[in-house]
Write a protein of this length. Structure first.
Length: 709
């Protein structure tokens, strides 16, 4: 009898456990995005992590000029880089300027004001290479009077992004005639599948157009420059009655756009770099459009149904993997909105930030900073994947650090340091880009140790240690080399010749930024632990620097932004930009340098006096992380919902910053990092969901999260 009772109890326990698991499909789909009007900030995106395609309310990229000041209608892939011809034979050495650092000349690549030759060289290396907008795939619709349809002619809009399947279903009418469009992206190829149903096809009033823009070469590129002086060529080749290929040849890249369709249709050249697919005798057209580098063995295209099935399967696998959190049942009125932001941020970062190259801050939608990745932002783009128990999505980009490893070591060597100095503003090949701020940043330096440690925690084996150890150790070698010995005070100092994460301080005057000191401490300790795990000798220099690293700078019982800025909280200029001092105990765990009481004082001062209207999207999650570690969960929630423009989350989930930066993926990644930490906690924490208030207003059901450091 007792045996049967135990069995029944076990079955009941298993049943209860099953009941308590989050219904992930219900969780995700209740946040499907619904669009009912032309809204330039509500563009929707499909993609696979290394390729993204963003559409307007028609389900394609029909009105790119109209949308260019909102969320632009981009088509980008991580391989799509071009450089203008270097007709003036600029040399990278022309971008270098020597600065006195540690009693010697150290060269940095910076923005130079004169002479003109060097100014032009700097601009060329900032501008090149640039990420391309590969092509605009939209509708060409004519009204009964034969005029082209304009945005105001699109009526009865009903558009839905099905997050569970990654498919966009769009419905609209033109002069009373319905148009239904399905849009999806292949999850293994850079291919878009489109299915269109409308009597406008029978009337030959609806065509699909493919238009290839010229790169702007500017800081931003919305994919709407239709004219250019470059001698680019776009050639249409018919392969069969249902297949054609457009080959686009540029300065340093050539790529194919393969078009396959089901139904009676024809591809034609309408003008230079402009093609149309026109159907006949049918009201339904299925089209697949594959973007790929021109190669001897071209990638095979897929049918619409194959692309749709790939999307459905890939997204279901994604949502069923990793962690999840459900806030339903909470009485705090902000809970539903936080859940929406969390779900949409997962979708957006999966689509735009999971390729083989660290992403730019605007992902694969449009260029900012010429499309170039900023390695200090890779922390915000990628750390959350590991905490959400999807480490493989961060791991995708880590081999890139091996690819650019020699160039990182070359930077350190040129500057007279040891090890590898990781690039800041860079490109797919790891080249430096001139920047009077970026070249002096150092907080990206320990990031690789963070990523490696996350990978080790996900898979704690000697194989993991051996895979990443060389890059970890050369990172630490630079860090120990960069720290300068101050004999007078018997300590090691960071700078001068440094700009903190809070980019408000002059490089040649700044030393010992608080967050960077703490990060140096944590990263060197972690590198030492890796040496010991591998039974290797710990370099004496690492231990010496760690033991004598400068203390965190304090004045009036608060941490300063930097030791060199004693007016950190009295100078209004120094209370803008990132309050990175909070990252000292937020992004980072408690280190031996930290005094938690002083950190609490610092948090309170920053909270009360910071110019929050002059901050960025990831500052709010960073603040929430610090509040959570300081056991102030109410403040953590308040930080995530601070009423500031740069903390805006649009209908599509994008973190809006300003007119020139309408989306900002580090904000989305930061939100996911903070929520993961608020759910799972951090090393040493034992409380369940420690970042959420315990007054009963938050009902938090979470599963699958990994602890933060």
């Amino acid at each position: 009898m007792k045996k049967y009772q135990l069995i029944i109890a076990f079955v009941f326990s298993m049943s209860l456990s099953a009941q308590q698991k989050i219904d992930r499909k219900a969780l995700v789909t209740r946040h499907n995005v619904q669009i009912t009007s032309i809204d330039t900030l509500a563009s929707l995106t499909v993609g696979n992590g290394s390729f993204a395609f963003t559409v307007d309310a028609t389900g394609l990229q029909t009105f790119p000029k109209f949308y260019e000041n909102g969320i632009p209608l981009g088509t980008q892939s991580e391989w799509g880089w071009d450089s203008y011809k270097n007709t003036e034979h600029y040399k990278f050495s022309e971008t270098l300027k020597d600065y006195q650092q540690y009693g010697r000349n150290v060269s940095y690549t910076v923005q130079i004001k004169e002479p003109k030759r060097k100014v032009d060289a700097v601009n060329w290396f900032r501008q090149n290479p640039h990420l391309l907008q590969l092509g605009n795939l939209g509708f060409e619709i004519t009204k009964k009077d034969r005029s082209l349809v304009k945005p105001q002619d699109i009526k009865s809009i009903s558009q839905k992004l099905n997050l569970w399947t990654g498919e966009i279903e769009s419905y609209f009418e033109v002069e009373g005639t319905p148009v239904t469009v399905f849009t999806a992206s292949h999850q293994k190829k850079d291919a878009i599948g489109v299915k269109v149903k409308s009597d406008l096809l029978l009337q030959k009033r609806l065509k699909i157009s493919l238009r290839i823009p010229f790169p702007t070469g500017d800081w931003a590129d919305m994919g709407t420059k239709w004219e250019g002086t470059q001698d680019y060529k776009s050639t249409l080749t018919e392969k069969s009655k249902n297949e054609a290929v457009v080959t686009h040849v540029m300065d340093s890249i050539s790529y194919n756009i393969s078009l396959n369709w089901k139904g009676n249709a024809k591809a034609k050249k309408a003008a230079d770099h402009y093609f149309v697919i026109e159907s006949s005798d049918t009201n339904t057209l299925e089209l697949s459009c594959l973007f790929a580098l021109k190669e001897k063995k071209p990638t095979a295209n897929s049918s619409f149904s194959d692309i749709e099935n790939s999307s459905i399967k890939g997204w279901e696998e994604f949502w069923k993997s990793g962690a999840a959190v459900d806030f339903s049942g909470s009485t705090d009125p902000r809970a539903k909105e936080l859940e929406r932001r969390v779900i949409l941020s997962q979708y957006l970062t999966k689509v735009q930030c999971t390729g083989k190259v660290p992403p730019q801050e605007t992902g694969l939608t449009y260029n900012s900073w010429y499309g170039k990745p900023h390695l200090e932002m890779h922390w915000w783009h990628g750390v959350h994947f590991a905490l959400w128990n999807r480490p493989e999505l961060l791991e995708n980009s880590l081999p890139w650090y091996q690819k650019v490893f020699e160039k990182a070591k070359g930077i350190a060597k040129r500057q007279g340091f040891e090890g590898a100095r990781w690039q800041k503003m860079t490109d797919p090949d790891g080249n430096e880009s001139p920047s009077s701020i970026g070249s002096f940043l150092i907080w990206q330096q320990p990031h690789f140790i963070t990523y490696a440690e996350l990978m080790y925690r996900a898979k704690p084996t000697s194989t993991t240690l051996n895979l990443y150890s060389e890059r970890v150790f050369e990172t630490a070698n630079f860090m120990a080399s960069f720290a300068n010995y101050d004999a007078k005070n018997d300590r090691y100092v960071l700078g001068p010749g440094v700009i903190p994460a809070q980019e408000r301080f002059k490089a040649i005057e700044t030393f010992n930024p608080t967050y960077e000191l703490a990060y140096w401490n944590w990263a060197l300790k972690t590198a030492i632990a890796w040496k010991k795990k591998l039974n290797q000798k710990v370099p004496e220099k690492w231990e010496t620097v760690l033991a004598k690293l400068s203390p965190l700078p304090i004045a009036n019982q608060v941490y300063l932004a930097t030791e060199s800025a004693t007016d950190s909280y009295t100078n209004p200029e120094f209370k803008t930009d990132h309050p990175s001092v909070l990252g000292t105990f937020g992004m980072l765990p408690e280190t031996s340098l930290l005094n938690k009481k002083i950190m609490k004082n610092t948090f309170d001062l920053v909270w009360d006096t910071w110019s929050w209207d002059k901050t960025w999207g990831w500052d709010f999650p960073m603040t929430a992380m610090s509040a959570a570690r300081l056991q102030m969960p109410e403040k953590a929630i308040d930080a995530l919902f601070m009423n500031v423009k740069t903390n805006t989350y649009l209908k599509n989930g994008h973190n809006y910053q300003a007119e020139r930066l309408t989306l900002y993926l580090p904000g989305n990644g930061g939100l996911l990092t903070a929520v993961a930490m608020m759910c799972a906690g951090w090393d040493g924490s034992t409380e369940q969901n420690p970042g959420f208030p315990k007054d009963g207003s938050w009902k938090v059901q979470s599963e699958g999260f990994k602890k933060m450091f």
